[in-house]
Design a binder for this molecule. Structure first.
Ligand code: ADP
Ligand code: 5GP
Length: 206
């Protein structure tokens, strides 16, 4: 059995990553979501262990020291990190692991040369991005400005990704995400060992 893929999903805050990931996981089997640790406070609807592991900065620094994170980054003054053990365990089970991480984190995963696919979720326009961040109603005016300002820089980094999906209409964007994942799973370097095994089995039975 092939190890699962690492699906790195990035994009500006408000571009629709959470919305698309939730829909994708409803429609596609064999996926799991890596819940990150963060030191930012939870939003009203967010649950510890489901959306993030909300921890204090001191504990986060300890975890960095212990090598608990596959990658971590400081974003808007808080820490965010991906648990290394969870990702390794799920990939061993053949599950594809979704990492919703920022562009700094994506760079680190790329350097680690893992079997990863880099997908950038872009908003249809910057005006629409602002509307979505404001419409979500989870951020203060200052936080919205910070996120919007960072968005402009993040979009410039999209060139380093494998795929760019513009999230205009949700069903269409989810369909594009599924197509990317299905195609990536059929790449020759992943399918060749499977094919060889199949042929070996049929040769043995002849
Ligand atoms: P992110 O996870 O990238 O920060 P969210 O998934 O929280 O973004 O989406 C931000 C807001 O935009 C949410 O209120 C969500 O319901 C809305 N949204 C997401 N995708 C679309 C879309 N294609 N069209 C209209 N609204 C959307
Ligand atoms: P938010 O606070 O809006 O949930 O997330 C802010 C940013 O942090 C988003 O770009 C999100 O993708 C990123 N992020 C969430 N978890 C991680 C993580 O574990 N590592 C990194 N590098 N970025 C993360």
């Amino acid at each position: 059995m092939n190890k699962g893929l690492v699906l790195v999903i990035s994009g500006p805050s408000g571009s629709g990553k959470d919305t698309l990931i939730a829909q994708l996981m409803e429609e596609m089997d064999g996926l799991c979501y890596s819940v990150s640790a963060t030191t930012r406070p939870p939003r009203d609807h967010e649950l510890h262990g489901t959306d993030y592991f909300f921890i204090e900065k001191e504990e986060f620094r300890q975890k960095i020291g212990q090598g608990d994170f596959l990658e971590w980054a400081e974003i808007y003054g808080d820490y965010y990190g991906t648990p290394a053990d969870y990702v390794a365990e799920k990939r061993e089970q053949g599950l594809d692991v979704i990492l919703k991480i920022d562009v700094q984190g994506a760079r680190k995963i790329r350097t680690a040369a893992m079997d990863s696919v880099f997908i950038f979720i872009a908003p249809p326009s910057m005006e629409e991005l602002r509307r979505r961040i404001q419409g979500r109603g989870t951020e203060s005016a200052e936080s919205i400005e910070k996120r919007f300002h960072t968005a402009v820089q993040e979009v410039r980094e999209a060139a380093a990704y494998d795929y760019i999906i513009v999230n205009d209409k949700i069903p269409e964007a989810v369909c594009h995400l599924k197509s990317v994942i299905m195609a990536e799973k059929k790449r020759v370097q992943r399918m060749w060992p499977v094919l060889q095994e199949l042929f070996q089995e049929s040769e043995e039975s002849m």
